[in-house]
Design a protein around this ligand. Structure first.
Ligand SMILES: Cc1ncc(COP(=O)(O)O)c(C=O)c1O
Length: 369
């Protein structure tokens, strides 16, 4: 089916003009493309294309003057701030080089010595991949027929050998959320038998009232690790700030196994950004509007998609993802890697209006070819 969407239509559907007016007062226009990748629109890594908040930019610029100092003071400051926002003591928090470091360290600790890790498929693979480097066995549980994480089957598959269960909520690549009370029931039971890791990288984008963060189970002292990140809603991916939230004994073990550290500029940016609720809601709203515009486009082209609670959308292209990815790249658009077994589905991140307009044009060219 032919696809057409011009710039004006994209902007109207995404409601971008109104939001732009709000942002324009406080922030320079976001750049479409990263320097060095001039010709490519990056819709492959779920980056936040709007860039850091004005407050975070200012704090980071000021932090240059602190660059000769080790991270101590801002580290404790950010830890305290997150603790206040999550209503949990600071000793329940470890800050890492992105939440990726927390995932790696958990993969190492729970994957070594014959560890067995249970995870949905498809999902975010970082913890599982790191765990395999220390010899872990990964057991993958397919999504259910609604493409949700199959908690019933995951519960059934936990054995005395299971060292960690990984859940991603909302899930990457589907964007589908696990119902909060069902997840709580699952985690209550599973954390009595093993450690449960809940990756909440996209938590701040979620709209559904059924969502519940599993930080509430950490507060109750259960065997649960939650991770969050400054990379997504805060648009600080390149600064590498993320954290784990867990009982202090688990936090100490995670902290002991970190191999790097975090940097003062990133910490200062994150402190300012976590204080900046207005920026977070603008970022969330623009992402939401971008998703609605994309759904409208996919409705018109007759392509199946999942409504997403993240900053990306998973849709069925009807052709091999490898082939689709190559064709899109030829049009200057990067989309995500394959997520087997959904080999004709594509995960695309929500970019700027200009980026999404170019995505729509590329889709038109590729589908019509
Ligand atoms: C589900 C999920 N968790 C964690 C991460 C890692 O993010 P970071 O290391 O930047 O915090 C990502 C990145 O895309 C993700 O999608």
């Amino acid at each position: 089916m032919p696809v057409t969407m011009d710039r004006r239509e994209w902007l109207t559907r995404s409601g971008a003009a109104a939001v732009y007016a709000v942002v324009a007062g406080c922030q320079s226009a976001p750049s479409l493309l990263k320097r060095g990748d001039r010709d490519l629109v990056r819709l492959n890594l779920n980056e936040n294309p709007y860039g850091p908040s004005p407050a975070a930019r200012k704090a980071m610029a000021e932090a240059f003057d602190e660059s000769h100092l080790y991270r101590g003071i801002p580290y404790q400051e950010l830890r305290k701030l997150i603790a206040e926002q999550e209503d949990i003591p600071p000793d329940h928090i470890v800050i890492g080089s992105g939440s990726g470091e927390i995932l790696n360290v958990a993969g190492l600790i729970y994957g070594r010595d014959g560890g067995e890790i249970l995870a949905p498929q498809p999902t975010f693979e970082q913890l599982q991949q790191y765990a395999t480097t220390v010899g872990a066995t990964i057991h993958r549980v397919p999504l259910d027929d609604r493409m949700n994480q199959d908690l019933k089957e995951m519960s059934r598959r936990i054995s005395s050998k299971t060292s960690l269960v990984y859940i991603c909520n909302p899930n990457n690549p589907t964007g589908v959320l696990v119902d909060g009370s069902a997840l709580r029931t699952f985690c209550e039971d599973a954390s009595g038998r093993t450690v449960v890791y809940v990756d909440e990288a996209y938590h701040e984008f979620v709209d559904s009232p059924t969502h519940r963060t599993m930080v509430e189970l950490v507060r109750e002292g259960r065997n649960v690790i939650v991770s969050r990140t400054a990379s997504k809603i805060h648009a600080l991916a390149g600064l590498r700030i993320g954290f784990g939230i867990a009982r202090p004994d688990i936090i100490r073990t995670l902290a002991q196994h970190r191999t790097g550290s975090v940097n003062v500029v990133g910490l200062r940016g994150a402190i300012a950004s976590y204080h900046d609720a207005a920026y977070q809601s603008i970022s969330k709203r623009r992402t939401q509007q971008g998703k609605e515009a994309l759904y409208a486009l996919l409705d018109r082209t007759g392509h199946r998609y999942l409504r997403s609670e993240g900053n990306f959308v998973f849709f069925q292209t009807g052709r091999s993802i490898e082939q689709f990815r190559t064709s899109m790249q030829e049009q200057g658009i990067l989309v995500a890697r394959p997520f087997p077994p959904f080999n004709d589905w594509c995960r695309v991140s929500i970019g700027t209006d200009e980026g999404m307009e170019r995505f729509a044009q590329a889709l038109q060219t590729v589908f019509n070819s």
